[in-house]
Write a protein that binds this ligand. Sequence first.
Ligand SMILES: *[C@@H]1O[C@H](CO)[C@@H](O)[C@H](O)[C@H]1NC(C)=O
Ligand SMILES: *[C@@H]1O[C@H](CO)[C@@H](O)[C@H](O)[C@H]1NC(C)=O
Ligand SMILES: *[C@@H]1O[C@H](CO)[C@@H](O)[C@H](O)[C@H]1NC(C)=O
Ligand SMILES: *[C@@H]1O[C@H](CO)[C@@H](O)[C@H](O)[C@H]1NC(C)=O
Ligand SMILES: *[C@@H]1O[C@H](CO)[C@@H](O)[C@H](O)[C@H]1NC(C)=O
Length: 942
Amino acid sequence: MRLQAALFVAACVSPAAAIYRDEVNHIDFHHALLGAPSPDSTFFLKPSSASNASLLYTISDKSILGAVNPRDGAVLWRQNLSRAGSPAGAGILRGSDGNNAVVGAAGQYISSWTAQDGKLIWENQFLDGVVADLELLELEEAGATSGTRDTLALISGEGTGAVRRLDGASGEIKWEHKDESGDVAFQVSSSPTEVFYISLQSALLKGYKIKVTALDLVTGRQTRQYTLNSENDIPTPESVLFVGANVASPLIAWADKTHKTIKVNVIGTKQVQTINIENTSDHEIRQITIHAPHKLNSLPHFLVHYVTDNGAWADVYHVDLKSSAVSKAYQLPYIQGQSVVATSSIDANVYFTRITDSEAVIVSSASHGILGRWNVETSSEAAFSAISEVIAKGKNVAVRAAVLREAGAWELIRNGQTEWTRHEALIDAVAATWVEAEVQENLVHELEVEGHESMVGAYLHRVKRHARDLQYLPEWLKELPQRILSSILTDEVTNLDSFGVSKPVIVATKSGRVYALNTGKQGSVMWNTQVEKTSEWDVKSIVTRPGEVTVYIGDGSSVTVNVSTGEVISRSVPTDVKLQAILSLENQETIGIKEDGSLTGAFADAAAFLVTTSADGHVLGWSGRDSKSPVWEFVPPSGQKVISATSRPAHDPVASIGKVLGNRSVLYKYLNLNLALVTAVNEKDHTAGFYLLDGVSGNVLYAANQAGVDPSQPIASVMTENWFAYSFFGDVVDESSAKGYQLVVSELYESSAPNDRGPLDAAGNYSAVDSLPLPHVISQAFVIPEPISQMAVTQTRQGITTRQLLCALPESNSIVGIPRPVLDPRRPVDRDATTAEAEEGLFRYAPFLEFDGKWYLTHSRDVSGIKTVLSEPTLLESTSLIFAFGGDIFGTRATPSQAFDVLGKSFSKLQLVLTVVACAVGVTFLAPMARKKQVNLLWKAN
Ligand SMILES: *[C@@H]1O[C@H](CO)[C@@H](O)[C@H](O)[C@H]1NC(C)=O
Ligand SMILES: *[C@@H]1O[C@H](CO)[C@@H](O)[C@H](O)[C@H]1NC(C)=O
Ligand SMILES: *[C@@H]1O[C@H](CO)[C@@H](O)[C@H](O)[C@H]1NC(C)=O
Ligand SMILES: *[C@@H]1O[C@H](CO)[C@@H](O)[C@H](O)[C@H]1NC(C)=O
Ligand SMILES: *[C@@H]1O[C@H](CO)[C@@H](O)[C@H](O)[C@H]1NC(C)=O
């Protein structure tokens, strides 16, 4: 009891929850994600001519442009290029060494960003189509002042195409060439004097002819035009293998349909040279890719990479630009397994890096001699593309290559060593859950067994359990000195793992993957498994059981994987009903909820109740006695439709049933486990209703209606203990209302008078269902600076610690934890708090709630796209785990009442031990002296 009291007092300490600088990245972690990198728009680039250090630039399938540090894989800056309302188009990114800008495009927008720090230089929108290709003009014009190169943009619209030259510094159009012939606008390429616009002309019968239009570089005027007869080989635009960007590789290449020959045209000439493919493998060629240098002064050499189902080989070709002749130089041999090739150049020399399952090899384009060879670790993921940077020092070469793997993983291999891996598929996380440590679960199971046996049986079981535990004793004794030593020498913050603060988190993504992240080790990936080949995995819930975790899908199927390895243990087949949610009941059963709100089966517990929502906006209540028809149905009034419903969390301990007021009287909390908070909106007249329902009877216990609500803005709600909160964007409707984002907090009490339990006092329990008394509700509204997309509440083991309201803020890309006392609806309005109120912790109400810098759990990090915030208790009452996902991944520990049960970092155990030793030594020395002195005194006195 005394301990509880101590905890309680500690919990009341003012909640200044800022973390120390040295705890950043220690108790929290952040994966800043980009999405799967686009292979054609990922490259190494030196952002400034003053330094040799290069960065990795990419644009992802989510149209996020990012610069990544090749040393550690950290994102240095990133920008979201997609704009609301712009048609989707593949992201394109271009940059060149010595240019201080990278130019990116997505949909209708082109924008230029400083390469070093990602600041916007200009942005341009083209309404006549989406950007199909971009190139940077490599040659600086005489008289150009800035270091930025002009951009060539190809816009592809409905049956039209346009080539535009954009000024490097301002993005303004210098000239444009319009093509209204109905051709497919395909690519652009440039030479020192001309711009080539390459389009695909639909041939009479089938296929496409390649049409090349040469434009004057300075004026954009058409100088000549010709077509290449390729219609028999090119059925779709995707059949064109390669179009070079500039004079480093002025080529157009395609293969015939049977993969017998490759046709190569040097841009600017009409000749088409046919190269026979020497098929040395005994398998069909599945894929042909062409790799050529991009840097202006590189030799015009290129490599053709042939991939079969079993292996791959490559041929290297040289182009004679004078005669436009293409000749084969040498071959890279057929190797079984996967293989990817990357090109890089140093001055004029071109290097090809080939990475296979077992090794990384560098060759020069000039001859087949191997310049460097390293062993690489085999990866289970198939690689589909790579980019590389080769550094030559005298005779030695070094290489770092970024390998793009399936499922968005991105891996940097330096001289054969994997330096880092970015798991970009986590950006599509749709569900997550914590894993209980297995040891604890076993103990829980054993205790459950004991609870169900007779007194004697339980006693014997317990004696046996302790006897079994004895086998670990020698091991434990052996480790003891080590543990004592390490606990004295290391600081406390690292040492909390045994208190459940580093539980793994299981995350399922839309792309059919399951990840296990170690929250104790900066959220590092422990394992990941492609469980399903899909891009729309409709995960409804994840349930962990000892040793395994089951992912439930909306089609009624489920997959169970081993929690420590990620191996698939079992699968269940889909059913023909589509489910909107899947609940896991306490007895390990699951129950599906169909789109119309009905249940897939009965739940065994006859006393339990379930509340569901239906697709047409009703709320249904079910009892375990009858799973066919609902016990009650709630239809919100005045044309409103239910958009969400929340309940108290499954783990929601209440430390005290009353609130002690300053004058020692008590307000009793209205604690009902069966509450549901329903949010309904009417999109036409812009009203929103928040209804508190009793889940057993369906009675409305409390209703709040808000007018002037913008239903297109996020509406979030949460409920716990005896209070709930919701937020919305409200417009001015009358004098008393305010325009802005509002956060409303309501507390439920049994009675408005202190020391009064209302009608419940006599009832003793809730059995009198129909006459359930209504709660006394105290509400207060706050105006907040920005929208809240999702709310949650910190969870602690016993609920003693003050709670924090966790809010995901999509506008500032952060998560705040608002301390509960700040949101107390009983804060005095228009006057200062009396002494009694101040004693309770109440202070004067202010309508505008500014988010304090200390509340930001994400601190200065840019945690973007968060859709869900989860909280989980630990064995430490003070500490709550937080995990957020949906875009980035973020995890931290929250201590809303400070870490009162943990010794801080500044507490030195070593110092304590030394002090005790010093005291002991002092006492041993001083005690005989003191005794002698006393004896002497006695003698003197006599
Ligand atoms: C860049 O590298 C070259 C050769 O590798 C060297 O000569 C030059 O000094 C380096 N520049 C800087 C700024 O480090
Ligand atoms: C990028 O911005 C667009 C438009 O504002 C938005 O729809 C999209 O969700 C953003 N993407 C990410 C990953 O945040
Ligand atoms: C390559 O050779 C194998 C066996 O000789 C054959 O099955 C395959 O079709 C050939 N591929 C091509 C593209 O000719
Ligand atoms: C999970 O894998 C581990 C290691 O391979 C194994 O010891 C354990 O039995 C597996 N658990 C289940 C439930 O299959
Ligand atoms: C204690 O204070 C509350 C208001 O803070 C008041 O309603 C109540 O009557 C007071 N009780 C006593 C016994 O003074």
